[in-house]
Write a protein that binds this ligand. Structure first.
Ligand code: NAD
Length: 293
């Protein structure tokens, strides 16, 4: 449906995803407010705000005249700080911005969640999923503070959406890969098969991740709380897919019709509801743009 949201606050706007989201929204004609706790340059036409999301009343004031929020601010990996700080920092920031959005009558809220909410990506050992493919109904069993913070963040989203008129969309990203770091990202993944299995051979190109945020904030049909996996539909370097799955996971139930050449961490729901289809396919040889069907 046609986008009506015109004025959007992006939190974590100085970070990897936030910067891409700000540029994408700005180019699409939205009025963008870019919030981060660090002072960073913003594109022409974007309003910068330095804030650490610690004061809810200040946030309510800031949200006056704003239609939508895309919340990317977080400690974005378990190692970003001490575990208790990662957990409490992320949960407090998400609570404050969501409750401020609810009090301010914001219509659309998008939460940058993570595949790690499942509790598999950062587990010390490979834990087989309960079934394949891994969709949004798979249980979450976080085992460290970052994963738990993303899982709790989703639950705060569901609570606010369930009791208010704010439509809240949580987007679960696997690792987000930036094209300018192609060699680094691919070497790391190829050099660590166990991590590849924990991450379900999943990735999403930064441009696709930012576009998913825009599709979610623009989607007029959103109501209540919705959760989406946002990933490329092509597993990275899974040439010997069946063998790797068997070694990594053992024998687990597979949905009829699903086969290991398809995404393990499946973005099918986002395709159906949001019309999201990744455009950037990564292989060990390079990145290619896949034309939409
Ligand atoms: N990068 C990935 O591979 C990846 C994968 C899955 C999910 N995510 C999620 O996407 C979001 C963005 O990740 P990223 O890679 O851009 O992280 P990043 O570390 O590059 O950026 C995060 C930004 O948030 C800001 N920030 C953190 N806490 C804040 C607070 N309390 N108040 C204001 N600003 C604050 C930081 O200053 C930073 O600029 C995060 O929520 C992360 O959990 C990222």
């Amino acid at each position: 449906m046609t986008a009506k949201i015109r004025s959007v606050l992006v939190t974590g706007a100085a970070g990897l995803l936030g910067r891409a989201v700000v540029s994408t929204l700005n180019s699409a004609g939205h009025r963008v407010t870019a919030l981060d706790r660090v002072d960073a340059p913003v594109p022409d036409g974007v309003r910068p705000v330095v804030d650490d999301l610690s004061d809810r009343e200040r946030l309510e004031h800031l949200l006056t005249g704003i239609d939508g929020v895309i919340h990317c601010a977080a400690y974005a990996i378990p190692q970003a700080a001490r575990e208790d700080i990662v957990f409490t920092g992320n949960v407090t920031a998400t609570t404050n911005i969501l409750l401020a959005a609810e009090a301010s009558g914001i219509s659309h809220f998008v939460y940058a969640s993570s595949q790690s909410a499942l509790g598999l990506a950062y587990a010390p050992e490979i834990i087989p999923p309960d079934r394949l493919p891994v969709d949004e109904t798979h249980p979450c069993r976080p085992r460290e503070g970052y994963a738990l913070s993303k899982h709790v963040g989703e639950q705060i989203c569901a609570m606010v959406a369930g009791r208010s008129s704010v439509a809240v969309t949580a987007l679960r990203f696997p690792v987000i890969w930036a094209a300018e770091r192609f060699a680094e990202h691919t070497a790391k993944r190829l050099g660590d098969p166990a991590q590849a299995a924990k991450s379900q051979w999943a990735y999403v190109d930064l441009r696709d991740a930012a576009r998913a945020c825009r599709l979610a904030i623009d989607h007029e049909g959103q109501r209540g709380f919705t959760l989406y996996n946002i990933a490329a539909p092509w597993p990275f370097a899974m040439a010997e897919a069946e063998a790797k799955l068997a070694i990594a996971y053992g024998t687990i139930p597979m949905r009829a019709g699903w086969h290991p050449g398809q995404a393990v961490f499946t973005p099918e729901r986002a395709r159906q509801d949001l019309g999201f289809l990744a455009e950037w396919r990564w292989t060990p040889e390079g990145i290619e743009r896949i034309a939409p069907e």
